[in-house]
Write a protein that binds this ligand. Structure first.
Ligand code: MD6
Ligand code: FE
Length: 220
């Protein structure tokens, strides 16, 4: 057991998962999604067949290195006009695919396990990182209600998550995230800056040379 962080070992959840509180409001549930990985990956496949992953353009005109898609009532999009949520996939003009039940249940269970009861996400952003892809330091601020937490599921290759403070220049914690890990954050952590370092080369047995992240939010 590490001394500096409050780390407990659960006795009663699906997989025996280590739980780590890395700052007030942010909880890492190691391996929380592992027992559902096959159903979750099958559902990811269904969503991205209907709404293919694509690299969006930032308002500044740069193409993001991370490829994205969405499911649920709302999807996060970026283009020259800015960042926002949209009920439709701009590529097809059709609504985003419905959120698979296994997604909604996983997000709800993870949030509850972290102390946020009754989390009902209406948006799930799917991020695909190939080696070299990264996500620059940012805040999640396009949602309406900052009292609701965010649930983030990591699948495939490991990544280093940067977890900063409320000001862009605050020093950042580097948290390694592995296949099956779930991070829940809300409350005082909700507006913290964060990002993902460039993905390292590798091959994951189920996903190959990529990392998939599912980010669940209550956007409306
Ligand atoms: C990622 N995640 O892990 C990107 N944002 O690939 C995020 O930007 C993120 O994981 C808010 C809360 C949790 C997250
Ligand atoms: Fe984010």
């Amino acid at each position: 057991m590490h001394g500096a962080t409050a780390e407990l070992f659960e006795t009663n959840s699906d997989p025996p998962s280590a739980r780590q509180l890395f700052c007030k409001g942010a909880v890492l549930l190691r391996g929380f999604a592992l027992s559902r990985e096959r159903e979750v990956l099958r559902a990811v496949g269904g969503v991205i067949r209907a709404a293919p992953l694509r690299r969006m353009i930032t308002p500044g005109g740069l193409r993001m290195s991370v490829a994205m898609s969405n499911c649920g009532n709302l999807g996060w999009i970026s283009d020259r006009l800015g960042y926002r949520y949209s009920p439709d996939d701009p590529q097809s003009g059709k609504p985003w695919p419905a959120m698979p039940k296994v997604f909604a249940q996983l997000a709800r269970d993870a949030a509850a396990s972290a102390g946020f009861a009754d989390f009902a996400p209406d948006a799930c952003l799917i991020n695909r990182y190939e080696p070299g892809a990264k996500l620059s330091l940012h805040q999640d601020r396009d949602e309406r209600d900052f009292s609701q937490p965010i649930v983030s599921v990591s699948l495939g290759l490991p990544a280093t998550f940067l977890f900063g403070g409320l000001v862009r220049n605050d020093r950042q914690l580097r948290v390694p995230l592995f296949h099956g890990d779930v991070v829940v954050w809300g409350g005082p952590a909700r507006m913290r800056y964060h990002g993902v370092l460039p993905l390292k080369d590798g091959t994951h047995p189920l996903l190959g040379a990529c990392r998939i992240n599912l980010t669940f939010r209550k956007a409306a």
